[in-house]
Design a protein around this ligand. Structure first.
Ligand code: SAM
Length: 272
């Protein structure tokens, strides 16, 4: 059974909402009202107590709900799969601008498949794109397969490009790679929820933050079609190093920044 609010009662005056929000607020949840609204609207009443307890214990809201909102889409999540961040909506929007109907999209380090899901969904059903996705983590691959079933994506498990078919070389229009990019010494500065509940390898970018990105960029030219582009998310501070690294691998590079999303994306294109 799910709780429905009557039209004449706003959620914020509902006693159940007030109770759940007060419990969450006491536990230190900054967005207690919004979280209470989502939990009450999404969780059957019989499970609500258990789910609120999970949230109070510190488990991220998205794991408690089993989904995350990403660019207006509900992305299913399993515990231990990276929670798509709002800032990565900028990466998705940049990829949508570069991809044309009939093109080939590759989501490397796909996690839940959130990027590929929203990018592919932006194309009409009669003018689709071909979608490939890959991740090293079997749980992420299972999660991405479920999120990408509707767009008939092929999701493979392996280290970066390792599990992709050789026939894809030279065919990819756009590669999106939200690869781990947090430098080793900054990991302790991440929010507690991320450090405790998301696997280390989802954000660990090695000593300089570029370890995984460097391997992504090194091979990108051989997978991209002429004129195709690789897009990676990075921090504002690291963007110029990522840009220089892209150039060493023969990509024509630019950096785009959104203050709204507080996000930075480096785009490298294979010359035509
Ligand atoms: C920051 S998360 C991004 C997930 C997803 N793209 C998103 O934006 O929500 C990085 C992902 O890279 C994956 N990963 C880390 N190292 C990898 C590697 N060597 N090969 C493939 N995937 C890798 C992790 O399992 C994780 O799912």
């Amino acid at each position: 059974m799910t709780i429905c609010f009557r039209n004449d009662r706003s959620p914020t005056s509902d006693p159940l909402h007030l109770f759940v929000a007060s419990v969450l607020r006491a536990a230190g949840c900054v967005y207690a009202d919004e979280e209470a609204r989502l939990l009450i609207a999404s969780i059957p009443l019989a499970d609500l107590h258990k789910k609120v307890e999970q949230r109070v214990s510190g488990i991220p809201l998205e794991y408690v709900l089993g989904w995350a909102n990403f660019l207006g889409h509900r992305i299913a999540l399993e515990a231990g799969v990276f929670i798509p961040r709002r800032r990565s909506e900028f990466l998705a929007s940049q990829a949508i601008d570069l991809l044309a109907a009939g093109g080939v999209l590759l989501d490397l380090c796909c996690g839940s498949g959130a990027l590929a899901a929203v990018i592919a969904a932006s194309f009409a059903a009669d003018e689709p794109v071909t979608v490939w996705a890959s991740d090293i983590d079997p749980v992420a691959v299972r999660c991405a397969r479920s999120n990408l079933a509707q767009v008939r994506a092929q999701v493979v498990e392996g280290d970066l490009y390792e599990a992709l078919p050789a026939e894809l070389r030279g065919q990819v229009s756009v590669i999106v790679a939200n690869a781990p990019y947090v430098p080793a010494e900054e990991i302790e500065l991440l929010p507690r929820e991320a450090r405790l509940y998301e696997p280390h390898r989802t954000f660990a970018g090695g000593p300089d933050g570029l370890s995984v990105q460097r391997r992504v960029a090194e091979e990108a030219r051989t997978w991209l079609a002429p004129g195709g582009s690789l897009l990676v998310e990075t921090s504002e501070a690291a963007a110029c190093r990522t840009e220089a690294m892209f150039e060493t691998f023969g990509l024509t590079t630019r950096v785009v920044r959104s203050e709204t999303w507080d996000a930075t994306v480096v785009i490298g294109s294979r010359p035509v």
